[in-house]
Design a protein around this ligand. Structure first.
Ligand SMILES: Nc1ncnc2c1ncn2[C@@H]1O[C@H](COP(=O)(O)OP(=O)(O)OP(=O)(O)O)[C@@H](O)[C@H]1O
Length: 287
């Protein structure tokens, strides 16, 4: 059943002088099994939206349904703990057990499973994120590289077989090879488990490589909702186009906004800011 946001608003620190509207009048339907990249400038409300999707925050206005569960309803948090895997921006803050296997299996404690069943589930989750069980199970999660820690956190989210996985900035700080492994992992998880993935990211190229859909936020509002598959047909016609997704996207935007792309627009963040600003102005225009 995926996720449905209906006219959702959220303000942080509501009762203080620093109250800050983070998401406003946001509506979106995400069907099962889709990979959605949530993008937009810093402070545009992406992490807040991720927390609303995971039921970690409850909307002030409007409704969020996750797999048919209204996140405002009493008892929904307990149900959502089973349905949603959430990996925060700094996954090292989510690691706390002495060994990798204990950390990943933490969410299964008290579930009535035998130790053997827990070990099997942990092993499968570790192998699905590319951490060989025997090599890593006894290691301290605190003595791993950044990419390994992130994979432990993702395995800890996957071990409960969630129907929705939310990742906040999964590729930040990773070297290019590990970043590619992680993007492949997301596609594989979706293909193997049919899981819905929401990835909050500034990594436009990564998003183009793995997401079905790019959702752009600007000041907490939906600025654009772009299907990556719809970005490619025009590229296919011009077969001589360079093949990196970022360059293809640049080319596409040259067609939509002829003569308006600043020549120095080579950095991903600059491109992202440009796209979200232009799409805000060109709301309703098809890309
Ligand atoms: N706990 C909080 N208390 C008060 N304001 C907050 C809090 N958390 C976030 N905000 C504010 O809400 C707005 C949206 O923040 P959010 O973290 O969702 O943005 P973001 O797009 O994820 O940013 P970034 O890309 O920098 O991580 C920002 O203006 C931010 O300052």
């Amino acid at each position: 059943m995926g996720i449905r946001f209906q006219n959702v608003s959220f303000t942080h620190a509501k009762r203080s002088s620093v109250r800050q509207s983070a998401v406003s009048r946001f509506s979106l339907d995400v069907p099962d099994g889709q990979i959605v990249a949530v993008m937009g400038p810093s402070g545009s409300g992406k992490s807040t939206l991720g927390q609303l999707a995971g039921g970690l925050l409850v909307p002030d206005g409007g409704t969020v349904w996750v797999d048919g569960v209204d996140t405002r309803k009493r008892g929904s948090r307990r149900i959502l703990l089973q349905k949603v895997g959430y990996v925060a921006q700094f996954p090292e803050h989510q690691l706390f057990e002495a060994t990798v296997a204990q950390d990943i299996g933490f969410g299964l404690r008290g579930s009535g499973m035998t130790e053997r069943e827990v070990a099997d589930r942990v092993k499968r989750a570790m192998e699905s994120v590319g951490l060989p069980y025997e090599r890593y199970r006894e290691r301290s999660p605190f003595r791993l590289s950044g990419g390994e820690k992130r994979r432990v956190a993702i395995a800890g989210a996957l071990v409960r077989n969630p129907s929705l996985l939310i990742l906040d900035e999964p590729t930040v700080g990773l070297d290019p090879a590990v970043r590619l492994q992680l993007l492949d992992l997301l596609k594989r998880i979706r293909a193997e488990n049919g899981i819905t993935v929401v990835t909050i990211t500034h990594d436009l190229q990564g998003a183009l490589e793995c997401a079905d859909r790019l959702v752009f936020l600007e000041n907490g509002e939906l600025a654009a909702d772009v299907r990556t598959a719809e970005l490619s047909p025009a590229c296919k016609i011009a077969s001589s186009l360079p093949s990196t997704p970022l360059i293809r996207l640049l080319k596409e935007f040259e067609d939509v906004f002829p003569g308006q792309l600043p020549p120095g627009l080579v950095r991903e963040q600059a491109l992202l800011d440009f796209i979200s600003k232009r799409l805000m102005r060109a709301k309703g225009r098809s890309v």
